[in-house]
Design a protein. Sequence first.
Length: 320
Amino acid sequence: MLIRRPADTIPSEITNYEVFRRRRQLIKGGAAAALGLAATGLFALTPEASAKLKFDQLKKSRFNAKESLTPYKDVTSYNNFYEFSTDKEGPAQLAEDFKSRPWSIEVAGEIKKPKVYDVDELIKRFPLEERIYRLRCVEAWSMVVPWVGFALGDFIKTLEPNSRAKYVEFETLHDPKRMPGQRRGLFGSVLDWPYREGLRIDEAIHPLTILAVGVYGEELPGQNGAPIRLVVPWKYGFKSIKSIVKINFVEQPPVNTWQVQAPHEYGFYANVNPKVSHPRWSQARERRIGEFFKRPTLMFNGYAEQVAHLYQGMDLSKNF
Ligand code: MTE
């Protein structure tokens, strides 16, 4: 993108989050094996005994894609995260030591009770599901990713938005000390920070839209948007904003970062649409990471049945 110039999860199926966190602290202290926590059956001690939080016994979603998963290595080493680097491999290297705790998310605007949440409060509160989604980048590559998360709509319901809440605006952390890509270079900033995204409220509460906190059953690594990011599978990947610190309910359409950067190339909707070309390349086909031959891109990234009704009567070549 560089411009040179379901639902009903049964609570008992969900691994106790407190236990997860405690175990992680123990692993960090090297005491886990001594205490034999693996024997509880809640956790499989991995050989590397990484300090990564693992989410277990997740409920599978009815929306899961039936295609082969993109390997963990590719999902976590081929990234777009300009806050770290504009290279694909850069974010994994530069976000390796990114500290995603403590982390708070300010929720504000047209809702009953604006509040600042701790990310762990949200993880504990909403049952986590595995959501295997296709991810289609506007750059014409794609992956299939097993996210762990919860429906954004479930969270929004608890916030009691009022009738003026027509859009939801999201913001990524702005902290050049921790995100080296945000530092000003010789030619200024790469993007207008903080990274911002927005959805219409009906898109935000659609059951496919999730806040992801993990991938492949583990907490999100820094390069994938730790500790919490949006995933909107029928839209180009740039809508799926990473490392969110603010969610704001507003009456007017928010302006998203890529729209500011190049309004003729990136719109507000960004629905995957093989019939509408990017001004500089076709969107008809895509390169699935790990595959040799390109494959056709599907309307709404294959989620037309679930989402086409949201855009009835709209000219999608104008509302791109
Ligand atoms: N969010 C922020 N804050 N900064 C970014 O640069 N890149 C977007 C999106 N979210 C980006 C972001 C783009 S272009 C894509 S394709 C996806 O993240 C990539 O997500 P992934 O690296 O987890 O595959």
